[in-house]
Design a protein around this ligand. Structure first.
Ligand code: AMP
Ligand code: ZN
Length: 114
């Protein structure tokens, strides 16, 4: 995908601090962390937003959740808790148009989110 930041990170053309890699996705630290642990889980397949996901993407989307839970567990946040978030489009604050799951942990979080 031309000019997609996360495709470039997946291809290794832009550096990132990788915390997870498997056959479907890459997990790396967010460059502007909003919590002591803030990682992004990005599928190798370029899908711009959740709106663009098809039934064929269901397994991939669930896979992102499992990858995030695995890293949360490995980093010691399973019991204290963590949050996973996927922003879709402008009002949710999506800024990179390659679907990604945020994993946030390490501080108390309020609800509803801002
Ligand atoms: P969203 O606002 O949901 O689209 O999330 C995009 C996230 O990507 C933001 O939290 C950014 O801080 C993060 N981000 C932008 N550029 C980079 C980068 N080069 N490496 C890691 N994270 C990035
Ligand atoms: Zn992409």
């Amino acid at each position: 995908m031309p000019d997609c930041l996360f495709c470039k990170i997946i291809e290794g053309k832009i550096p990132a601090t990788v915390v997870h890699k498997d056959e479907h996705c890459l997990g790396f630290l967010d460059i502007n962390p909003q919590a002591p642990l803030h990682a992004l889980f990005v599928p190798f397949k370029h899908v711009a937003t959740l709106n663009d996901a098809t039934v064929e993407d269901r397994e991939m989307l669930g896979h992102l959740m499992f990858a995030a839970a695995k890293v949360a567990r490995e980093k010691g946040f399973a019991d204290t808790g963590y949050r996973t978030v996927m922003n879709c489009n402008r009002e949710a604050g999506q800024t990179v148009f390659h679907v990604h799951l945020h994993l946030l942990a390490g501080r108390p979080m309020s609800w509803p989110p801002g």
